[in-house]
Design a binder for this molecule. Sequence first.
Ligand SMILES: *Cc1c(COP(=O)(O)O)cnc(C)c1O
Length: 299
Amino acid sequence: MQAPLQQLQHPLLQKHHIELWVKREDLLHPHISGNKWRKLKYNLQEAKAQGKQTIVTFGGAYSNHIAATAAAGAEFGFKTIGMIRGEEHLPLNPTLAFATEQGMELHYIAREAYRLKNEPKFLAELSANYSQPYIVPEGGTNQLAVKGCTEIIDDITIDFDVICCASGTGGTIAGIIAGLKGQRQVLGFPALKGGDFLRDEIEQLVYNYSGQHYGNWQLITDYHFGGYAKVKPELLQFIREFQEQHHIPLEPVYTGKLFYGLFYLISKGYFPEGTRIVAVHTGGLQGNAGFRERLGIAI
Ligand SMILES: *Cc1c(COP(=O)(O)O)cnc(C)c1O
């Protein structure tokens, strides 16, 4: 499986003498998208090694991680159970319909109970109820996920100064930071409002994996567009233009915000002339079907 590097051409890049390359992780697999494949890879190996037949995981109703885990279960021979935040809505939205087609069994958890999903008591009950499944946390982020995401770095065949990615739980950027071992600069663009809370989590994930603290990374917290999965017209407009100019599809939850923010920083002269940037396209395009359906918009 290949995630090629694609160089972008744009007047803004020319003007500021910036080279921008996109690491097309979205092309890694048709259904186990981008960073979700990286995060699942060693978890699936571990589940196999432990002789587990069932994987249980958690997510929202439009979760890329739920879709990816369902597809991975079908491909690698695990039964999958998705614990979905909130109530059931029928007919199923495109994400959950896809997950079901891949054989995932869905259970719905009320929002209050969902908050307890990482508590030992909750996890013990889950293990008992589903005959000791392999449990993957929400968003797929754990130490093995961080390990998988270090391989994004191994796969980059050019030299560069800065690498950027969108952040949700911070697992992906933690892997990128760990993979770089203190070299170059890493910028994370949180998809959630108040992305500052992520700093500690990322620090912890990097430390747990590598036993190191690194100072060569930063979060750019200004481009969340009002919060997770909020869509603003200017973001949708940007995504459409990006697709027209570069023939690269984006989605509004993560990658749209990343590239919007990145172009904004470039336009403000944030990066010195001659900077070579790699932006990681983490995939997640399955989510666009849900936006089309909910908002009736072309995306
Ligand atoms: C899940 C996801 C992210 C966030 O990854 P984290 O490891 O949770 O920070 C970023 N981009 C896309 C497209 C995703 O699906």
